[in-house]
Design a protein around this ligand. Structure first.
Ligand code: DCP
Ligand code: MG
Ligand code: MG
Length: 581
């Protein structure tokens, strides 16, 4: 093996002039949201249920042996007094997530704050740290002051700069033998640890505890934060490449964000001398460490490229994974996004066969979608009731997409994406005439269904009947940002146009939608599920969780074995992960 080909990737930034990244992850997020609504639950073992699995559980339950993503039946066996709360409706979690994200966003100086899923955020605080390092008085470190504003010196907090806040991984103790470069890096991270602590306390004031990682890139910050959970923080002080490698080496391969189940399986097979298509490998929990892969005598970026490239994999995957294994992550914290790239609502059914059922469900989904569009895409500024200012659309989705999938019985074990088929077309502009009144939304939803969605449905399902539809998803996408393009439509104009618009379809009979067929409630397996995706979202599977193998099938995105009946609900989590990115 040519040793130069195995050369480790170099960090882009000199270690002493590196970025400072914080990664926040809320503790047992859904469970904390529920506990805050019902404080009596805080001391009890609590599980949040979605279909037959636990989306999460609180730490009281975890201490009793319950784990995230466990089957309810299994969890109940381990902890019979586990309190279960339904977590199918994601709106309360979404609301808390947005509020806490807003809090963090308001505290930092740049717009570099990136959400990952509903409960995680990366913050690039390099500017705040550089500024505060410049202010530090080395002669009175115990009474240091951290400025939270460049213009208002009153805004800030006092802290003791002789020691780190929270836990430190690596060489955190100043034994007097540090060279200047290491001392600078140490002081930067030390300041960041106090900022992280301050921010965690601000979030605690809102009723939520977090874990935080502090490091010089996103990958390392996320891994560092996992070291001490819950309600704690860890600063990674790794001043040399070797120190970073040694930190990385201690991790299970699957814990590395960006290394998904499939990649881990292939690499595990390689280092253990098996074939990647060995069926046993498929169901096996990943047991190899980063070290085993990174230091394997035959391993290199080109070898990784050969092993991992194939249909669907990105070009340069070998170099990317090689970098990850060495703790090198050049990716920037993406600037905050106000506008999602798409919004979609879907529902599942036990086989819809009649066109009136399809029609009725599409109207119901479309009405939810219109409400969601108003929440997410209309300028939220309150207007003066005496001088109403028109609310502007911040973005116009240009396309609408319908996705359908036939119903299959869970015992058929069909994968999540099986037989999903989609068709798109332009989104008609009348949807932007939707006022916040319910009646108007339903009228517009009806028109959208008749004019657009039913024709798309017929293109997707050309047979005249016998469709047995198991899923309907309506998605608006292809957003144009109105803050950059020429003047967005405003709601006042919409109201002016409303009469004209309504006149076009006054034949609508309100009762049609309400005259639901008997037994419909049973048809709907779960309430509407909402998804948004933000720019730059990736399908990357980067969520590590602890989970025992359980009967079922592997999730195509994260590889965890999920009972078939819960696979679709679980897939929704991954959509959420992309959604709030
Ligand atoms: N979630 C989900 N399905 C998954 C993973 C997560 O529904 N497969 C939801 C429930 C979690 C939330 O996302 O509350 C955040 O995921 P985390 O992995 O951060 O888990 P928690 O916040 O619950 O626990 P931790 O304290 O380990 O962060
Ligand atoms: Mg969490
Ligand atoms: Mg998380």
């Amino acid at each position: 093996m040519d040793i130069s080909r195995r050369k480790a990737p170099r960090p882009k930034y000199p270690l002493t002039d590196s970025r400072v990244i914080l990664h926040f992850d809320l503790d047992c997020f859904y469970a904390q949201c529920v506990e805050n609504q019902q404080p009596d639950l805080k001391t009890l073992p609590l599980g949040i249920k979605q279909k037959g699995i636990l989306a999460t559980c609180n730490y009281v339950a975890r201490h009793r042996g319950v784990k995230k993503l466990m089957l309810i039946s299994e969890a109940k066996k381990i902890c019979p007094d586990l309190v279960l709360v339904e977590g199918e409706d994601l709106s309360p979690f979404r609301d808390v997530s947005k509020r806490l994200y807003g809090l963090l966003r308001s505290c930092i100086w740049s717009d570099k704050i990136e959400r990952l899923g509903l409960d995680e955020s990366f913050l690039d605080v390099t500017d705040m740290i550089t500024y505060n390092l410049g202010l530090l008085n080395r002669h009175s470190l115990p009474e240091s002051y951290f400025c939270l504003s460049r213009t208002d010196p009153e805004m800030g907090f006092v802290f003791d700069a002789t020691s780190f806040a929270g836990c430190v991984h690596g060489r955190g103790d100043d034994d007097g033998s540090l060279d200047d470069d290491l001392d600078t890096l140490r002081m930067r991270l030390l300041l960041a640890s106090h900022l992280a602590h301050y921010l965690r306390m601000r979030i605690e004031d809102e009723g939520y505890t977090t874990a935080c990682g502090i490091a010089t890139n996103k990958l390392l910050a996320k891994l560092a934060g996992d070291r001490h959970k819950p309600r704690n923080q860890t600063t990674l002080l790794a001043p040399t490449e070797e120190a970073i490698w040694s930190f990385m080496d201690s991790h299970n391969l699957r814990k590395v964000p960006g290394i998904g189940a499939k990649t881990a399986r292939i690499l595990q097979a390689f280092v253990s001398g098996r074939q990647p298509d060995d069926p046993n490998i498929h169901t096996m929990e990943c047991s190899v460490t980063v070290q085993q892969v990174r230091t394997h005598s035959a391993m290199s970026a080109p070898v990784l490229e050969r092993l991992l490239s194939g249909s669907g994999s990105e070009k340069g995957i070998g170099g990317k994974v090689w970098a990850l294994l060495h703790g090198v992550d050049y990716t920037e914290v993406k600037p905050a996004q106000n506008i999602p790239t798409q919004i979609s609502i879907e529902d599942t059914y036990r086989g819809l066969n009649e066109i009136f059922e399809i029609h009725r469900e599409l109207v119901s989904i479309s009405a939810s979608l219109l409400r969601r569009m108003q929440i997410d895409l209309l300028d939220q500024e309150e207007s003066d009731p005496f001088q109403p200012t028109p609310r502007k659309w911040l973005a116009h989705p240009k396309s609408v997409r319908l996705t359908t999938r036939p119903y299959t019985h869970p015992s058929e074990n069909k994968p999540y994406g099986w037989a999903r088929a989609s068709r798109s077309c332009s989104l008609p502009s009348f949807v932007f005439n939707c006022s916040p009144t319910m009646e108007n939304q339903e009228v517009i939803a009806e028109k959208l269904v008749v004019d657009v969605l039913l024709p798309l449905f017929r293109q997707l399902n050309p047979a005249r009947r016998g469709w047995s539809i198991g899923l309907l998803n309506v998605c608006v996408t292809n957003m144009t940002d109105e803050s950059v393009s020429s003047g967005g439509r405003d709601i006042a104009t919409m109201f002016r146009q409303q009469e004209t618009v309504l006149r076009e379809f006054t034949t609508y009979d309100e009762n049609t939608e309400k005259s639901a067929a008997p037994g419909d409630a049973e048809q709907v397996l779960r309430n509407h599920e909402e998804e948004e995706a933000y720019p730059g979202d990736e399908d990357e599977d980067d969520e590590p969780w602890d989970q025992e193998p359980s009967p079922g099938e592997p999730c195509p995105r994260c590889g965890h074995t999920i009972p078939s009946f819960a696979l679709q609900a679980h897939g929704r989590y991954h959509s959420m992960e992309m959604e709030e990115g």
